[in-house]
Design a protein around this ligand. Structure first.
Ligand SMILES: N[C@@H]1[C@@H](O)[C@H](O)[C@@H](COP(=O)(O)O)O[C@@H]1O
Length: 251
C-alpha cells in the first residue's frame, strides 16, 4: 500500500481523482471499457468532485458499481447513498451503466437477499479496474465493521452496523438521532473489494487519524478491516495532514 500525504483535503481530492483518471484512460485505451466501484460519505466529497471534472475520460464505456447502502432507506432520505451518488456522480457524467445497491430490496420489494444476489451476479461478470473507497473511524472498509468477514467469497453481503459506525454517520450530520441510523446494510465484501486491480482510498480529516494509524502501522486484522489493504499490491491511501497526524513514519 502506497501512502500519499497531500497538503490539504482539496489537494487530496485532486490527486486521488487524477490518479484514478490516469488509470481509467489507460484501461480504456487498452481494453475499450472499464469498471469502477464508487463509495460515499463525507470523505469522498473532494475525490468525486475532482473525478467528474477530469478531462478525456470516455464515461460512455465505463460501468460503475455502488459499494454499500443502508437497509430500508428510501432514495429521498438525506443519508441515502443512492441519492448521494446520483447527485454527485451518476448525474454528472454520461456513464454507460451504474449498478446501485437498493437497500429497499430487489426493485424496492423488500427482498434484500435477492438484491444481493442480483448485484453479486453482475459484479462476478465484470472484473473491477479501479475501486474508489474510504475508511471509517472504526477502520471499516465499505460497511464491513469489525470483526469483518475476510473469508466470504460472496460479493455483496447483508451486514450489521456497530454502534461506532452508526455514531459516525450521526456525527457527519446525515441523521437526526442515533435511533434513526439503520442497524443493517448491504455491503460489498472485503474479498470483492480486494479483487479490484487498483484501489484508491481517500481518507481526509483528523477524526480518522487513529484509524489511519491502525490501518497503516498495525497488523492486518479483521478488527481493523481496512488493514487488509496492506496486502493489496496496487492500493493507494490518500491522506491530508490531519488524518496523517498520528503516523509515526510520515516521510
Ligand atoms: N459506508 C460508507 C463507505 O461507503 C465509505 O467509504 C466509508 C467512509 O465513510 P465517511 O466518508 O462517511 O467517513 O464508510 C462509510 O460509512
Amino acid at each position: 500500500m502506497k501512502i500519499i500525504i497531500c497538503s490539504s483535503k482539496e489537494e487530496l481530492g485532486r490527486q486521488s481523482a487524477e490518479e484514478g483518471a490516469t488509470i481509467l484512460r489507460q484501461v480504456l485505451a487498452e481494453q475499450g471499457q472499464a469498471s469502477i466501484i464508487v463509495a460515499t460519505g463525507a470523505s469522498q466529497f473532494d475525490t468525486l468532485a475532482a473525478l467528474v471534472a477530469q478531462p478525456d475520460i470516455d464515461w460512455t464505456r465505463v460501468t460503475g458499481f455502488h459499494l454499500d447502502e443502508y437497509l430500508g432507506l428510501p432514495m429521498t432520505h438525506p443519508a441515502s447513498f443512492r441519492g448521494y451518488l446520483k447527485e454527485r456522480f451518476v448525474d454528472q457524467v454520461p456513464i454507460k451503466d451504474f449498478h446501485y445497491v437498493n437497500g429497499e430490496g430487489l426493485d424496492g420489494s423488500g427482498d434484500v437477499p435477492a438484491e444481493c444476489e442480483r448485484l453479486s451476479k453482475l459484479i462476478r461478470a465484470q472484473p473491477i479496474d479501479v475501486a474508489f473507497v474510504g475508511i471509517g473511524e472504526n477502520g471499516h472498509l465499505a460497511f464491513n465493521d469489525p470483526p469483518a468477514d475476510f473469508e466470504t467469497e460472496e460479493p455483496y453481503l447483508i451486514v450489521e452496523l456497530d454502534e461506532d459506525c452508526r455514531r459516525q454517520q450521526l456525527g457527519e450530520g446525515w441523521f437526526d438521532s442515533l435511533d434513526a441510523v439503520p442497524r443493517e446494510a448491504i455491503s460489498m465484501s472485503i474479498r470483492q473489494i480486494m479483487k479490484s486491480r487498483h484501489i484508491i482510498c481517500s481518507v481526509p480529516d483528523e477524526r480518522k487519524a487513529q484509524a489511519v494509524r491502525d490501518v497503516v502501522e498495525g497488523p492486518v486484522t479483521n478488527q481493523v478491516p481496512a488493514s487488509i489493504l496492506q496486502e493489496h499490491s496496487n492500493a493507494r491511501l490518500y491522506l491530508d495532514p490531519p488524518s496523517a497526524s498520528l503516523l509515526e513514519n510520515r516521510s
